[in-house]
Design a protein around this ligand. Sequence first.
Ligand code: 2Q2
Length: 322
Amino acid sequence: LSQLIGAGMLAAGVMALATPVQAADYTLKFGHLANDQNIWNKAAMHFKEAVEKNSDGRIEVQVYPNEQLGNEMDMINSIQLGTADMTITGESLQNWAPKAAMMAVPYAFEDSKQLEKAVDGDIGSEIEAQITERTGLVPLTWFERGPRELTSNREIKTPDDLDGLRLRVPNVPLFVDTWQALGARPTPMAFSEVFTSLQQGTIDAQENPLSLIESASLSEVQKYVNMTDHVRSWIYVVIGKRKLDSMPDDLQKVVRDAAGDMQSYERELFAQDQKRLEQALKDKGMTFVEVDKKAFAEKAMPAIKKALNPEQTELLERIEKL
Ligand code: 2Q2
């Protein structure tokens, strides 16, 4: 019997080899900074499945988590050069498109509803148009993020506690200005370098939504989650305009529809995650610290307003009225 099974398996193997492998007409290289357990990666894998199925294999999607294809800034450059095609990016785009800063102005959004009104309304359209015009990237869809919190190895309750704290921020000039005004020593750095830098002590702290704090295992190198809630933001999944335009209309539609599906899928995962994350981080030994949020907002606000240029200020005033 075992010989028969062996022969059958061998035959199946030969047949599999003999079946010609149809190479895809288009390959989308999709790199991002989160790890494979993070909901962004689960959403990206969901997108991959939908695109490959609905294009009958004419499009292949290769997903690279963990900055394997390059850090966030590199990814933007690579997509512009055509050596990569898709990524997940947000306020870092302000380095090209100033309006993208509005995605993450500290203390700008009070809740998810106000944020959704901004992204799905005229404000979002204007931001997306400027991103495409200045960077050649097309936002396909967006994900809401949890509020950004400050992690550290000493408790931070008031801005005075920040004195001299060496804090990693992403490559976002507005975040540098904000944390400098608050009294910390912010330094921009790629996400993939954060864990090692905290471990080696070249930085003391970092700030991110709980989701990335968990998936990057920052609980191993940080003791406190100081609940600053200082930024509510969204993030875009983008694709290179030239790549998208190079595809026939039916395949562009496959990509856009799959992006819509990915958004609904990610939204469910996000809601589940938000319920789970605080306890999960406590279970990993992190202590959550109540923060005098008002003191933070009041101290940061003048610097934030000063950092905004006239077109950004105009958008912020419209956000405040939503
Ligand atoms: O801290 C980070 O690196 C991430 O949360 C994001 O990359 C950050 O929000 C921005 O760089 C998004 O453009």
